[in-house]
Design a protein. Sequence first.
Length: 235
Amino acid sequence: RQPVMCGCDRGEEAVRYCPVCDENLCSACVEEHSKNRLVEKHHAQLVSDVKRDADLSLTVPDRSIKCSVHNSMPTTFCCLSCRMSLCEDCFADHTGHNMVLLRDFDSAAWLKTVNERVEQLSQQHATVKRNLNQARDELAAVDAQFEKSRSELEAQFDAIEALVAQQRREKLAALGKAYDARAKTLKATISSLEVVQLTCRSTATQKLSATLGPWLMTVDGLVEHTLQIASQHVL
């Protein structure tokens, strides 16, 4: 295999490749790379881990795709865990995640995964929508049943109130009739008793007059005789 040479003037074989700088690095350049504050966060990969094309030169990353965090930086990695395209500066923030180089990214497989996920989400959405519609239908049925039950109860209460009012009128009317009948009977009895009382008084008076009449006449005569005798003595 043809060795990959460092781009510096030392003429040494490259041991690492910086995808951000798009440079092959020998051991000395790697050390300088790590000490340069401008590029110290770049993740230089082992040359053996980088795919090469037919002419044995290192493939160049697609710099038209920008980092999801740093919009001005080209994408170097793809974090499958976070579903984000990332530059070298973002690599440390995704330690332990499922990271792949953009050049190694299998777009067809990723598209298949995305389509499968979209299909799953579509099915979930359809299920949620179906459940939502079912819940709305059930709510509408409950509302309709509630309105029906309320109308029936109101009709029953109205009928009960009407019945109570009718019975009240009937009871009061019956009580009034009973009172009138009883009062009429009592008034007739009182009238009869008053007639009897007058009759008895008249009869008693007549009998008393018949019994006492002669005796009263005798008393009157005695009184008159006594008065004449008294007059004579006075004279």
